[in-house]
Design a protein around this ligand. Structure first.
Ligand code: F6P
Length: 359
């Protein structure tokens, strides 16, 4: 009889901490006497007879501190087909058929899908089709409802805060306004945490629509009171009251969130007469070494994922609640976004240290 195996893949946008999950899952599988098979390039690796590798100790040693993912990842591919109505996207039947063959030929006891909302939706469909799948949540945006925290978020916040430290010195020297656009999709977690940690003066988030007049008034108030610079952190999904989110088209014709930083800079410049500069942090927030917290969280998620497979707890997702890992149904996690509460304590505390939300 073939040796028992567990499959694992990373799907969707990469984030720091993925390699910590792979390393931990490899060790936990080894303890069970099972092999961990890593599929390359997300779900696509399941469709090939060659795009996988045994993630043994030799391969997974010395990878925890590395950003990105050893397995590669994609955020589109053959597993997504557009439908209509409630079934907005589904896995085509022939793709499911090939996936079943892969499970059989490799003697997979279960598959760990490490991904964000879209990838977990695919994992859910695989589970509903009878495949033994479990999910591990991953996103720098920290916007999944079913878990208190995802790994990658802390590294993104660290990037924003340390960038603010750098930008502060140049902004102060020139007495400028600096507008820093950060990621996070339609949630303001990265902007709020990064801005708080980096000493921002104005934080603009999707959950609190802002007014240009209020932002400009705050810049001028600060100047009157002797401030040498004003640091504005803006989430890519933030929008003005009665306005729309800003999108930019890339070379492939895809519409992506972005551009709001430049719009706000222009308005501040026009309304205050001050010199303003924009800095878009972009993918710097997703790259590089994971923070210590993300290494630990990734490790704990990897261990828990293998435990869930060993217990046969399929269709569930690793979650982090009250400082401990636990399991929740994947169906509780997909399509449920967790956003900043505009009346919550974090916003209240930010206001208490005189941070303006431009409202
Ligand atoms: O969801 C993670 C994220 O980094 C978002 O914050 C951002 O909007 C998006 O992915 C960028 O995606 P891509 O790498 O495809 O440009």
């Amino acid at each position: 009889m073939d040796r028992k195996r567990i499959g694992i893949l990373t799907s969707g946008g990469d984030c720091p901490g993925l390699n910590a999950v792979l390393r931990a899952a490899s060790r936990a599988s080894e303890k069970l006497g099972w092999e961990l098979v890593g599929f390359q390039d997300g779900f696509e690796g399941l469709l090939s007879t060659t795009d996988h590798m045994i993630l043994d100790r030799r391969i997974t040693t010395g990878i925890m501190h590395l950003g990105g993912t050893l397995l590669g990842t994609v955020n589109k591919g053959q597993f997504i087909s557009r439908g209509s109505g409630r079934q907005a996207s589904f896995i085509p039947a022939e793709v499911l058929g090939k996936t079943r063959q892969t499970f059989q030929s490799l003697n997979l006891q279960g598959l760990i899908v490490v991904g964000g909302d879209g990838s977990l939706n695919i994992a859910l469909q695989m589970h509903q089709a009878g495949l033994p799948v479990i999910g591990v949540p991953k996103t720098i945006d920290n916007d999944l409802e079913a878990t208190d925290m995802t790994f990658g978020f802390d590294s993104a916040v660290e990037c924003v805060a340390s960038s603010l430290d750098r930008l502060h010195t140049t902004a102060t020297s020139h007495k400028r306004v600096m507008v820093i656009e950060v990621m996070g999709r339609h949630a303001g977690w990265i902007a709020l945490h990064g801005g708080l940690a980096g000493g921002a003066d104005i934080i603009l988030i999707p959950e609190i629509p802002f007014e240009f007049s209020q932002v400009a008034a705050e810049v001028l108030r600060r100047e009157r009171e002797g401030a040498k610079c004003t640091m504005v952190v803006i989430a890519e999904g933030a929008k003005p009251k009665d306005g729309r989110v800003s999108r930019l088209q890339n070379a492939n014709g895809e519409n992506r969130l972005g551009g709001i930083g430049e719009i706000v800079s222009r308005e501040i410049g026009n309304r205050t007469g001050k010199e303003v500069r924009t800095c878009v942090l972009g993918h710097l927030q997703r790259g590089g070494a994971p923070t210590m917290l993300d290494r630990i969280l990734g490790t704990r998620f990897g261990i828990k994922a293998v435990q869930l497979i060993a217990e046969g707890n399929f269709g569930s997702m690793v979650s982090y609640r009250n400082h401990a890992t636990c399991a929740v149904p994947i169906s509780d996690a997909v399509h449920k976004m967790r956003r900043v509460d505009p009346r919550g304590q974090l916003v209240e505390h930010a206001r208490a240290v005189e941070i303006s939300f431009g409202d």
